[in-house]
Design a protein around this ligand. Structure first.
Ligand code: NCD
Length: 329
């Protein structure tokens, strides 16, 4: 573990370890608070690998996972994380909920609150929906992805994966390639990685690149081969077809030719560069199977593993106040 990226909680000025009630995004987190969550997650990586007995620190607490948008790995990951900490985990799928009967988001939030949830995890298709719910409930709220906005636990698990595999985050050249415009994963990653002093390059067709992206402290590239030069990490993104109205690219074949990560392209990055993808992958579009399944270079399944550890850390830290445990300001 790199000493440079590590700062024990006790050294944080004023003892304010994690002063936030909710985790709605990476924006608003200070670099040492991001590192604190990564450091907290390390113990859960070890415990999960050792098949340690479940730690019951969230026993008696009710965790509601309210998912208004489809999800496989994020929902499962939050469910497993809560259960490993002893919480009573309840999943609410919007497809089967009163949302489909026309209930407003605020009424849903008030209902969840009246059931005395101790922590609510929300995924929603609208940017800002999680923030709105956070103002209506009495318990901590965790953003599991809201529209085009943020997906903070994804960025934390990506940062943890990079730190463990590359030894540090600071100074790493990270290329994020794909649908930057519609991707909450890209946004949260740009915020987290620049906060932790990585050199971040973003790449994709002009139609999928937000205007004035340089203001986020990243460098945009239209040409993937140029962007890959000397890369330490290559993070591929899915085309968010469900968030597009109209055509943003001529065809997926054309897209693959220009922006697909193939073995030949990967050779432009550093010889030991890491390949990442948040999933779900569209094999043959943004990434070929031989790259995605590369035994040494691909960190894609490790990202899933880190996801459980990071979510255990977030659930633990955000419920400390209610449990009367130190670790919040
Ligand atoms: C991402 C998401 O839902 O934002 N997936 C995930 O959480 N692992 C990325 C995507 O949908 O492409």
């Amino acid at each position: 573990m790199p000493a440079s990226d590590h700062r024990p909680a006790a050294q944080i000025p004023g003892g304010a370890v994690f002063p936030h009630r909710h985790l709605t995004g990476i924006a608003g987190l200070k670099p040492h608070q991001i590192l604190f969550l990564l450091d907290e997650a390390e113990q859960w990586v070890d415990a999960n690998r050792a098949h340690a007995k479940p730690d019951k620190r969230l026993a008696g607490l009710t965790q509601i996972n309210a998912f208004f948008e489809n999800s496989t790995r994020t929902l499962l990951s939050f469910e497993i994380a809560g259960k490993r900490l002893g919480a009573d985990v309840v999943n609410m799928h919007a497809a089967q909920s009163s949302v489909k009967k026309g209930e407003t988001l605020i009424d849903t939030a008030v209902t969840l609150n009246a059931m005395r949830a101790d922590v609510i995890v929300i995924r929603h298709g609208s940017s800002g929906a999680v923030q709105l719910i956070a103002t209506k409930v009495d318990c901590p709220v965790l953003n599991a992805g809201d529209g085009w906005h943020e997906h903070p636990t994804q960025a934390l698990l990506d940062a943890l994966t990079i730190r463990r595999r590359r030894g540090s985050i600071a100074g790493q050249r990270v290329v994020i390639c794909g649908d930057i415009l519609h991707s909450r994963v890209a946004r949260s990653n740009m915020l987290a990685l620049t906060a932790l002093a990585a050199e971040v390059r973003v790449c994709g067709p002009a139609t999928l690149m937000p205007a004035a992206i340089e203001r986020m402290g990243v460098t945009p590239f239209a040409d993937f081969d140029t962007a890959l030069d000397g890369a330490d990490v290559v993070m591929m993104l899915r085309l968010q077809n469900e968030r597009m109205s109209g055509a943003f690219i001529p065809s997926t074949r054309e897209y693959h030719l220009r922006y697909g990560l193939t073995d030949e392209r990967l050779a432009r990055a550093k010889p030991d560069a890491l390949v990442m993808h948040p999933g779900p992958m569209n094999r043959g579009v943004e990434i070929t199977s031989s790259v995605a399944d590369h035994p040494e270079r691909s960190a894609i399944t490790e990202q899933v593993e880190m996801g459980v550890a990071v979510r255990m850390a977030c659930l633990d830290v955000l419920t400390r106040r209610a449990r009367g445990v130190e670790g919040w300001a």
